[in-house]
Ligand binder design. Structure first.
Ligand SMILES: C[S@@+](CC[C@H](N)C(=O)[O-])C[C@H]1O[C@@H](n2cnc3c(N)ncnc32)[C@H](O)[C@@H]1O
Length: 331
């Protein structure tokens, strides 16, 4: 399958892949990934802006959906994690580099490989990208700082390779590479530095590490002062959409901002009962939008007139009915 896609892309015959872009999935298992909430997040973003920015790209599920829906927008992604950065960066490398990566991906996962990679410090882009792919697909809940699926002695029900399908990973890499060809730029900056690159006619999506659980889920997370710094920077911008865990401190930081709605999400981490707990998330945007389904702002202004009008009609009808009744009794 991968061989066929690879050959077709090199021949420039990509009709089948183009159709599939509308269902393009990331290769990463990401705690808090937004793949399930695209319908709630994407409507807040202006379509076809010159450039879409994914400021905390991670697995990039929202970015992929935006890129599929808006083929003419340039795409810029950023992540402070050097492994995540390497994965997105390698997509723009020549075929020969991708083939080297695929040769590594073809290796069957083992616990020994897991231990070796977890404690290694890769040097080349290929090694960095492979390490993050391997650990993400083989670690418990996709948390690269945790142990392997099935445990170090593989006595658990799920084994280390139960989420590792080399063919599917390679196929998705080729499809994502094709989708983003000639329009992707990749950065490895702190959010505060990256946001300086966003122009006012572009759109930025931000999915920062969770305020509360961030340190348990991501090797790179943010301290309370960085969350505060982010909210201060966003005060001066008006072209962004932000998703966050529904924490009291986040509500406080963003109280001056407007549309806050709730997403029900799972952190993708099973608890002792084997179920991933459901948590609430906010979607925050800079603009106040009075979106009411039944009553509009105009209706609110006209409300006193409606009250007077319908009271008068009520009195008139009531009086009419009373007159009729009296007439019936006394005629
Ligand atoms: C919640 S995850 C993003 C998940 C992504 N939206 C998805 O659907 O897969 C947050 C990401 O922010 C990155 N990150 C953490 N601190 C950062 C910082 N200060 N600047 C930029 N990226 C950061 C982490 O490495 C992580 O990949």
């Amino acid at each position: 399958m991968v061989e066929k896609v690879w050959r077709r892309q090199q021949q420039g015959n990509t009709n089948t892949e183009n159709k599939r872009f509308s269902h393009l999935k990331t290769i990463f298992r990401y705690p808090g990934a937004k793949g399930r909430y695209l319908n709630q997040i994407l409507p807040f973003m202006h379509p076809a802006t010159p450039k879409y920015h994914d400021v905390f790209v991670g697995g990039g599920s929202v970015m992929l959906a935006y890129a599929c829906a808006n083929p003419s927008s340039a795409i810029s992604v950023n992540d402070l994690d050097s492994g995540i950065f390497a994965f997105w960066q390698i997509l723009m490398e020549p075929d020969a580099t991708i083939k080297k990566l695929f040769a590594l991906i073809d290796q069957q996962p083992t616990v020994e490989q897991f231990v070796r990679l977890k404690h290694s410090t890769p040097e080349t882009l290929v090694e960095k990208a492979y390490r993050i792919i391997f650990l993400n697909r083989c670690a418990f809940s996709g948390i690269v700082t945790s142990g392997p699926m099935g445990g170090y002695n593989q006595t658990g029900e799920s084994k280390i390779d139960c989420r590792y399908n080399a063919e599917q990973i390679k196929y998705r890499i080729l499809s994502i590479r094709k989708l983003l060809k000639d329009r992707l730029t990749v950065h490895n900056l702190h959010v505060a530095d990256y946001l300086q690159t966003v122009c006012s006619n572009e759109v930025a999506y931000l999915d920062p590490p969770y305020y509360e659980k961030g340190r348990d889920l991501y090797p790179v997370h943010m301290q309370p002062n960085e969350h505060l710094q982010l909210s201060n920077i966003l005060q001066n911008m008006n072209n962004w959409v932000l998703s966050y865990d529904a924490h009291a401190e986040i509500k406080r930081l963003y109280q001056g901002f407007s549309v806050i709605s709730h997403l029900k999400t799972k952190y993708s981490i099973a608890n002792a009962s084997g179920k991933a707990p459901v948590a609430l998330e906010y979607i925050i945007t800079p603009k106040v939008e009075y979106k009411m389904n039944c009553i509009s702002l105009v209706d609110i202004v006209l409300l006193p007139f409606y009250i007077i009008k319908y009271t008068a009609i009520g009195i008139w009808l009531g009086g009419k009915a009373a007159r009729k009744a009296l007439h019936a009794v006394f005629k």
